[in-house]
Design a protein around this ligand. Structure first.
Ligand code: M6R
Length: 611
């Protein structure tokens, strides 16, 4: 949720930290701060964005070769200057930045208060730095050991970085449940929540595992676990490039990411099937073929947009592979006592690979003996590492808080998995598979065609920007698309929107319809076409305004709807890949018309690493 960046080396730290914080700002943006160490510890922090922090720091002494920065999404303590990170120990010699939640901070704080500690903020993070100080004072151990001992007392999740006024050659970072990556440059080191602040300087990185602490001292990196076991850093090369994490001429990351979908869908499919043979090249299918062959049930878990991709996958697996599927919100699933075991396959879908509820759900599924596949976008993130197998979605970095290209890449991968499962279970012949694969090959170009509706959508956005409510309706594969369209609109434009199965409208939501209500209907040509036409008539009879997503050349819906947006013809299973695109654009342009901060909508953060 929060973003962390730190630097030690010969360069000026401050510009690296500010640039890094701007790249991490999608993770949280209610306050920001830096600590710079150059003889004295200088802290600049403020409520607001990284640009506000720059104003606060302007004109002050900023030169330092060791420093760290933080951009916050508040959990404990309201977003204000005092609760912003970094936080200092009582004597001011230690500074900490923290992402995560220290669950037992109340108990720790009480004990520290009894020992005379005075806290400035309401945060759990300040408690941790005081705890380290207290342990150091009482046991006279080195800072490294005091950090380790403190972390042994902590219950909860964290990624932390600590610097000490007494040792300007030292940088300490640790992780449990929240990501932390160490970048290794030439005589310099970086630490960050993700690789985006690092990639400009070095491609050599090591991702800390849960329960590991990284110590950088006198230009050397060492890692040990909180149980005091030394670890050899596993250094890997980043595949990310700078272009992928910059806006590249677009006004917002969200718009860039919407437009990237022809490529991101292509990348998610690339090299994974052979249209001429109908064969698959996916490791998880090969390694788990024995399991898939006898599979009786799949449980899909995810949150938000990823849960919507799971709903699409439910239809896919049932249609194509004839396997029963349950789709669960990870947050509900983890706290139930679900009946699962060795015969089940749990598929966790997550863009970030860090969503706390999804991670906890798969840990529980593993404990109960289930096999877990992760379908994630961020390479090396926690969910793929905690899964037995799976597939990356290869959509490239998604920075806009509203998920767009990640969704269509997730759906693409789920189509592949459903087809692969059908192949293994003998539910589709090779010739059927080849035909479907040929249709899939054509999807990136069809998304490109779909994007041409942009000017039409801009006009629609102007017309409907002041609506207070929107209804989104769909049937079959159109239903999860309706949910996704509604989620996009509410999260970035703050307009209330609901997604509904079109036939359910009669059971309640129809009461909402009047001449003020725009109703977006997914009305593509499929088995439900005539039924959805009846639903459109029901809305029209109550004077609702119909915005219909139709198959190109459609005349019937066009005759009834107020507006139609055409998408290319495609098999029903691929319609979510096309029909979602105009809905993404609609929410984007409505948000722009309303003057909303599209990439950083209020109260939200890109990856939800707390429950
Ligand atoms: O990283 P994840 O896919 O696990 O994130 C899940 C949700 O937090 C995410 O999809 C969220 O709903 C998006 N902001 C939706 O656009």
């Amino acid at each position: 949720m929060c973003g962390i960046v730190a630097y030690i080396g010969p360069r000026e730290a401050y510009p690296i930290l500010i640039k890094g914080l701007k790249r991490l700002e999608y993770r949280g943006y209610d306050s920001a701060g830096v600590a710079l160490l150059n003889g004295v510890m200088r802290i600049y922090k403020t409520k607001g964005k990284v640009s506000d922090l720059e104003h606060v720091a302007e004109g002050h002494q900023l030169s330092a070769h060791l420093g760290m920065g933080h951009t916050r999404w508040a959990t404990h303590g309201e977003p204000n200057d005092v609760n912003s990170h970094p936080h200092l120990s009582q004597d001011g010699s230690l500074a900490i930045i923290h992402n995560g939640i220290i669950e037992n901070y109340g108990t720790l704080k009480e004990a520290l208060l009894e020992r005379g500690h005075v806290f400035k903020s309401d945060t759990d993070s300040e408690v941790l730095v005081h705890l380290i100080e207290e342990i150091r004072k009482n046991t006279k151990v080195e800072l490294d050991e005091a950090v380790r001992l403190a972390l042994c007392e902590v219950v909860g999740a964290y990624a932390i970085v600590i610097i000490s006024k007494d040792d300007p050659t030292k940088l300490i970072g640790a992780r449990k449940g929240s990501p932390l990556v160490v970048g290794i440059g030439d005589g310099e080191y970086f630490m960050a929540s993700d690789a985006s602040p690092i990639v400009e300087y070095t491609k050599d990185v090591t991702y800390l595992e849960d329960g590991e602490i990284a110590f950088i001292k006198d230009g050397k990196l060492s890692i040990k676990t909180i149980d005091n076991v030394a670890k050899t850093p596993f250094i890997q090369t980043l595949e990310m490039n700078l272009e992928a994490i910059e806006k590249g001429g677009y006004t917002h990351f969200m718009l860039k990411e919407i437009h990237e979908q022809p490529k991101s869908i292509y990348d998610s499919l690339r090299g994974r099937f052979d249209t001429s043979t109908g064969n698959f090249a996916m490791r998880s299918l090969k390694e788990y073929a024995h399991k898939i062959k006898n599979l009786k049930r799949i449980i899909i878990v995810g949150c938000g947009t990823s849960w919507h991709a799971g709903l699409v996958a439910e239809y896919l697996f049932e249609d194509i592979a004839r396997i029963p599927v349950e789709v669960e919100y990870a947050s509900e699933f983890r706290y139930r006592n679900p009946v699962i075991g060795e015969d089940d396959l749990v598929i966790a879908i997550s863009q970030s690979g860090e969503t706390a509820d999804t991670l906890a759900a798969i840990e529980m599924a593993k404990e109960k003996g289930a096999t877990v596949f992760g379908v994630c976008n961020v390479v090396g993130s926690s969910i793929p590492r905690a899964s037995h197998a799976g597939a990356y979605t290869h959509a490239g970095p998604e920075i806009g808080v509203a998920s767009t290209k990640a969704f269509t890449a997730q759906v693409s991968v789920m189509i592949l998995l459903a087809l692969g499962f059908a192949d293994i279970k003998g539910k589709k012949s090779k010739s059927e598979l080849r035909n479907i694969m040929a249709e899939l090959d054509a999807i990136p170009a069809k998304v490109e065609t779909t994007l041409k509706c942009e000017d039409q959508i801009k006009e629609l956005a102007k017309k409907y920007k002041d609506s207070h409510n929107f209804l989104y309706l769909g049937r079959g594969y159109g239903f999860p698309v309706a949910l996704e369209g509604a989620l996009k609109l509410k999260e970035i434009s703050y307009i209330h929107a609901e997604g509904y199965p079109a036939a359910e409208m009669k059971h309640g939501p129809i009461a909402l319809i009047d001449e003020e209500m725009p109703v977006v209907v997914i009305a593509t040509k499929n088995a439900h076409y005539e039924k959805i036409i009846s639903n459109i008539q029901e809305v029209k009879a109550r004077k609702g305004k119909i915005i219909a997503i139709v198959t190109e050349g459609d005349t019937k819906v066009r005759a009834m709807a107020d507006y139609v947006i055409e998408i290319p013809d495609a098999p029903d299973i691929m319609v979510p890949l096309l029909a979602t695109v105009p809905l993404q654009l609609l929410s984007y342009y409505i948000a722009v018309e309303r003057g909303c901060n599209v990439d950083q909508p209020r109260n939200l953060a890109k990856s939800v690493t707390v429950e």
